[in-house]
Ligand binder design. Structure first.
Ligand code: BYC
Length: 474
């Protein structure tokens, strides 16, 4: 049933017959998709202590209750309008923002909305088996919270498709449920969203690094001249923050536990940690290398005419556009690395063509701040190991470096050396096997945590750490 009660919203859904009709058709398909492709084994008999957004103000936002996952109330929210908002960058700077899609930019905008929308269900699909290996009820609940919010982000993009893109938009909304992560014939659009997320180390790295690409992209879309896109993505950013919290603190808790085990062992050698059932630092580093490099790819090619045209037309800006001085960026250039004749060289390109790289700069800085916080924790334990981000050229599948190999220091390697050494830097099948062996069962006892991860410092919404965050029905 399509009702404001079932679908919390601030878009006057009760008055909008066209949107109601479109959703009446789409929503049952969505629920079917959620049951088939969402969290496996936790749909029928489990209740999860989740937050549901019921309005955009902080009080409506912090509404917590036990919910059966398929009964979650996925809503449609736009951040409050900015009165007299004008276009903030590009060739139309200073003109009023658009409340409808201009015909000449319809294809480009649809493509951006579809690409953004495609990542949301993809991530739910990637994570659908993790519940069976959860390290605690607290973590299980966080996984499901992230999943239902990714579902809501899909709703946000489907709202835009249904409301602003007519028949094509309705077709695209259906396609978003038809593509599947990792499916050979109908894969998800962006590559990182076809990678398996088999272990909780992958999950925390994904929410740290890939959700942070979500943050960069949503920040840049929230600058858009298309006001409904800007307002929708502005509200999504508030949810994204929680996903990155789950990732960053998840890794911090693993690192914390690893440090404790290193001290208990008194040898201080990370290599001994596996004997104690923990996750050694070199393994943590390999997963950083993997998920950081995959997420760098998500920013697109370093030199991109798509990016230039998105910027010129005001469709997609830079993160925190207001902090820049020049919003037209018509004449400046940007110096970046490329490969020419087998050598890495610095090249100047028109700044508009380098907008993907400019956003990547913002992203790398934000990731580095998180890694610094992990290193402070290790330092507090008095341990000398340090984690780091690999060079941007390492393990790239998209862009200027995709046809070459580099080590994490950015040194170019021959194909032969890469093949021989790649598992020094990336997870090897044996690393995955080890992780699966310590994650082979779920821990459902409130307050208990798997041996490889420390408990969090506090629970959720003032509840204790040993609260029953997921319960089976009485
Ligand atoms: N994989 O000029 P180029 C999130 C394609 S994550 C596969 O380099 P452009 C979330 C590209 O489509 C944020 N293909 O790229 C996180 C193009 O194809 P065509 C998601 C790729 O267009 C966690 C060709 O290569 N949001 O929210 O400047 C959980 C050359 O294009 C990839 C967005 O992505 C790739 N990685 O930039 C849940 C925002 N990269 O035209 C959710 C919307 C490029 O030759 N998307 N290609 O067929 C965009 O702004 C842009 O599409 C991109 C690419 C930044 C992704």
């Amino acid at each position: 049933m399509i009702s404001a009660e079932r679908i919390p919203n601030n878009v006057d859904l009760h008055l909008n017959k066209r949107l109601q009709r479109a959703l009446e058709h789409w929503q049952p398909q969505y629920i079917q998709w959620w049951k088939d492709m969402g969290p496996q084994g936790f749909q029928e008999y489990h209740q999860v202590y989740v937050r549901t957004a019921v309005s955009v103000d902080p009080s409506g936002w912090a509404h917590f209750e036990y919910v059966k996952l398929p009964e979650y109330r996925w809503g449609i929210f736009l951040a409050d309008p900015v009165i007299n908002r004008t276009i903030g960058f590009g060739d139309f700077e200073g003109q009023p923002v658009w409340q409808e899609v201009p015909g000449e930019f319809r294809n480009q905008l649809r493509r951006l909305v579809v690409t953004q929308g495609d990542t949301e269900p993809a991530s739910v699909e990637q994570q659908r088996w993790l519940g069976h290996r959860c390290p605690s009820l607290y973590d299980l609940r966080n996984l499901f919270q992230v999943n239902v919010e990714e579902g809501r982000h899909l709703w946000a993009m489907v709202y835009l498709l249904h409301s602003y893109f007519g028949r094509d938009g309705r077709d695209e909304a259906e396609e978003l449920l038809a593509r599947q992560s990792g499916n050979r014939d109908k894969p998800r659009i962006l590559e990182a969203f076809n990678e398996p997320i088999d272990t909780w180390l992958d999950f925390f790295m994904f929410t740290m690094f890939t959700d942070r690409d979500g943050k960069s992209q949503l920040l840049s879309l929230s600058e858009s001249s298309l006001d409904p896109l800007s307002r929708t993505t502005r509200f999504m950013l508030t949810e994204e923050a929680h996903h990155m919290f789950v990732g960053e603190t998840g890794i911090a808790r693993i690192v914390d536990r690893t440090c404790q085990l290193m001290k208990d062992e008194q040898s201080g050698f990370s290599e001994d940690i596996r004997k104690l059932g923990g996750i050694d630092m070199p393994t943590i580093q390999k997963f950083i290398n993997l998920w950081f490099s995959l997420s760098l790819d998500l920013h697109g090619n370093e030199i991109s005419t798509n990016a230039a045209s998105y910027f010129a037309n005001g469709l997609k800006g830079r993160a925190e556009e207001a902090k820049w001085e020049d919003h037209k960026v018509a004449d400046s250039s940007y110096r970046l690395e490329t490969v020419q004749d087998g050598q890495v060289v610095k090249t100047d390109v028109p700044m508009r063509n380098a907008m993907n790289e400019v956003l990547r700069d913002w992203y790398v800085g934000d990731c580095q701040a998180g890694v610094d916080r992990w290193n402070k924790l290790i330092e507090r334990h008095g341990i000398s190991d340090r984690l780091r981000l690999p060079d941007r050229k390492f393990n790239r599948g998209i862009g200027q470096f995709a046809d070459h190999h580099f080590d994490p220091n950015g040194r170019m390697l021959s194909d032969e050396e890469w093949k021989r050494r790649k598992y020094e830097w990336l997870p090897a099948p044996s690393d995955k096997e080890y992780l699966m062996s310590i994650m082979n069962a779920s821990i459902f006892e409130p307050g208990r945590f798997a041996n490889y991860i420390a408990p969090p410092q506090r629970g959720i919404k003032g509840k204790p750490v040993n609260f029953e965050y997921v319960r089976t029905e009485a």
